[in-house]
Design a protein. Structure first.
Length: 202
């Protein structure tokens, strides 16, 4: 397990997640029945990413995260002609990575910020998002951020997702840096089937 990781943040991210300087994570050298934690250092670096908003510098094609703020932002992605075209292209590029995911920071169908958008129907946006994620096999992680403390927790989940994705990839590639108990190892066959599944036609 590396003691230090660098997270790349896309330069176009206007309000990046507040990643902590240090993060406790599961120590893969321990047993799930007697888990231990180890603390890793997180470095942050701005970088222009062609796809996604966050990834690890050492694993730029693994565990990439595309962040969406809320259903208002997704309305522009899913319910406008230009936005839908760009969003489809983004989802298609994400499928070229291993273990990509879409992170929705605020999934509340009653948005907290007041907007006046013709045709904005939060529930319809939610369901259109689910249709697109499910049809492409793209994992969707939703949060309901209302405070800075909630946002920090969201950032911790995102950082842990990136690190665990990297560790799973190293195991799959035979580069396991630790002796991970078999009960904690990913099901490589099922992971491979998902990563090599057929591309859904747009």
């Amino acid at each position: 397990m590396r003691s230090e990781w660098t997270i790349l943040i896309d330069t176009r991210e206007q309000k990046p997640l507040p990643f902590p300087a240090y993060l406790p994570v599961f120590d893969p050298a321990s047993s799930p029945q007697s888990p231990r934690l180890t603390t890793v250092k997180l470095n942050l670096k701005k970088s222009k990413l062609d796809t996604g908003d966050y990834c690890l510098e050492t694993h730029p094609t693994i565990g990439i995260i595309e962040r969406k703020a809320d259903l208002i932002e997704l309305h522009g992605n899913l319910c406008t002609k230009d936005g839908l075209s760009r969003f489809f292209a983004e989802l298609h590029r994400l499928r070229g990575f291993r273990n990509p995911c879409l992170l929705l920071e605020n999934s509340d169908t009653a948005p907290r910020r007041t907007v006046s958008i013709p045709g904005f129907t939060p529930t319809a946006v939610r369901d259109l998002l689910l249709i697109n994620c499910v049809s492409r096999g793209l994992p969707l992680y939703t949060f309901n951020v209302s405070t800075s403390a909630h946002r920090l927790k969201c950032a911790e989940w995102a950082a842990s997702f990136l690190i665990m994705s990297a560790l799973c990839s190293e195991i799959q590639n035979g580069q396991d840096p630790v002796t991970l108990p078999s009960s904690a190892r990913p099901n490589l066959d099922s992971e491979r089937m998902r990563s090599e599944g057929p591309i859904t036609q747009e």
